[in-house]
Design a binder for this molecule. Structure first.
Ligand code: C2O
Ligand code: CU
Length: 476
């Protein structure tokens, strides 16, 4: 359609690298084999988020450090011995990985919840390379709010090695800065609107850290937005930057100016590191006053001096959806009745209206719907009927339409979809597992339903997910 042409044209005009190929180079190295066995324990660990002198915060992690990193080689099998040392049940969902449904980690849907003190094993072979993450799939506002998330990198996607490879996890925390304790993770009004924002912004669990890069190097930065709420408008100052992968999926390098990265979304960029002693900054340009999220400092003798023309990643093996003859579906994201009643009196200046709004919001835990259906009660235990029943092996084209005045990062489990068309003209055709729907946006995605099971589809703005904007498709 017209949108596709517009998106294609935007992508072409955005390209500015001499060597950027029309098609990504093929993978030539054979995948690895063998198995990597790891142990993960979800538990509370004290951590100084607010600085060396400030009080500690009781964060929840999977390993000794926040956002525990698991690195795998393409083709390698991961086996995980997981232990729940938390005071409540949990599970691990492997976000963005195309793995069998029984490994997908959704309590009551793909497995029983892992109760306190229990163990659970996961075992799978990720078929794709890239930057992924893992997190719980229940009581998510609180569990993810306390930091329970890990990063997974599947290596083997580079055509030439970069000079550095660094993970940058973005997450805000809702903290009382005097005590280091938490403020409420959800608020009735946040649930109904754009979510409840953190009070302390961090990159790699530090406030505006300084990160050393080899001076003049072409450095891969894997940006992950692991926040529950905030949608960044990310860009760099003092460094040239190119996008090389979206949600881990390689794309021909194109210049990064500003990119809206919602909760759960990832962006792999290559930057040309500053000269020795010079600085570059990762910024969030969303607010009128841009925020510095991290500062990068060049160190050592300059590695590269020619013009910036980063090496592309190699092509992935995502099955290509057939668009001709594919079954077409529509998924509308809307406010549910509880949300509608409250929206109707949405006026922040009138204290009476505000009080009424607060009581309406608290009374309703069902603010949002998908095709008129809301997940009952927020918890997973009450599993409704599927949104759609799909046939294994078929291609589907789905129009996602946002009928609300808010932004929704929409995530489909188990499948990497192709974003074919969007009313946001700046969005290139690309593969993703999470796509941002801005107000009144319509986005068309295509994917091959190549594995059976119940696959969740939901908003990754956690307070929306937990107040109705969650469902699943069943592939039979
Ligand atoms: Cu990040 Cu339902 O997932
Ligand atoms: Cu949402």
């Amino acid at each position: 359609g017209g949108g596709l042409a517009v998106a294609g044209a935007a992508l072409l005009s955005a390209r500015g690298f001499a060597r950027t190929p029309a098609k990504l180079p093929k993978r030539t190295r054979a995948p690895a084999s063998g198995e990597k066995a790891i142990s993960l324990a979800a538990q509370e660990r004290p951590f100084r988020l607010l600085g060396a002198e400030a009080p500690e915060t009781a964060i929840w992690t999977y390993g000794p450090e926040p956002f525990h990193l698991v690195r795998l080689a393409r083709g390698e099998t991961l086996s995980v011995d997981f232990e729940n040392r938390l005071p409540e049940h949990t599970s691990i969902h492997w976000h963005g990985l195309r793995i069998p449904n029984d490994q997908d980690g959704v309590p009551y849907v793909t497995q029983a919840p892992v109760k306190p003190g229990e163990r659970h094993s996961y075992r799978f072979t990720p078929p794709d390379t890239g930057t992924f993450w893992f997190h719980p799939h229940c009581d998510t506002a609180a569990q993810l709010g306390r930091g329970l998330a890990g990063v997974m990198i599947v290596e083997g996607d580079e055509s030439r090695p970069y000079d550095e490879d660094i993970v940058v996890v973005l997450k805000d925390w809702r903290l009382d800065e005097k005590t280091g304790g938490y403020l409420p993770f959800s608020t009735p009004r946040g649930e109904l609107r754009a979510g409840t924002f953190g009070t302390v912004r961090t990159a790699n669990a530090a406030i505006a850290p300084r990160i050393a890069l080899p001076a003049g190097g072409d450095c891969r930065l894997r940006l992950l937005n692991l926040d529950s709420t905030r949608i960044g408008s990310l860009g760099f100052e003092g460094m040239e930057a190119a996008i090389v992968a979206i949600d881990g999926n390689p794309i021909a390098p194109f210049p990064l100016h500003e990119w809206r990265l919602g909760p759960a979304m990832r962006l792999d960029v290559v930057v040309r590191a500053p000269a020795s002693g010079a600085e570059g900054r990762l910024m969030d340009f969303f607010a009128a006053e841009p925020v510095t999220l991290a500062t990068f400092v060049g160190e050592g003798e300059a590695l590269k001096t020619g013009s910036f023309d980063p090496a592309p990643l190699t092509a992935s093996d995502i099955p290509e959806p057939k668009t001709k003859g594919a079954e077409r579906l529509r998924l509308a994201f809307a406010t549910a009745s509880g949300g509608k009643a409250a929206l109707a009196i949405d006026d922040d200046r009138d204290p009476l209206a505000n009080a009424l709004l607060d009581s309406l919001c608290s009374a309703s835990k069902t603010n949002w719907s998908m095709n008129g259906q809301s997940w009952p009660g927020g918890d997973h235990s009450n599993v409704p009927a599927p949104l759609f029943t799909l046939k294994e092996g078929r291609s589907y084209v789905v129009e996602l339409s946002n009928e609300t005045p808010h932004v929704h990062p929409i995530h489909l489990h188990g499948f990497t979809f192709k974003v074919l068309n969007s009313t946001r003209a700046e969005l290139p055709v690309h593969y993703a597992d999470t796509v941002l729907l801005t107000p009144n946006d319509r986005v068309t995605i295509g994917f091959v339903a190549d594995r059976v099971g119940a696959w969740m589809v939901h908003c990754h703005l956690i307070e929306h997910q937990e107040t109705g904007m969650m469902g699943y498709v069943r592939v039979v």
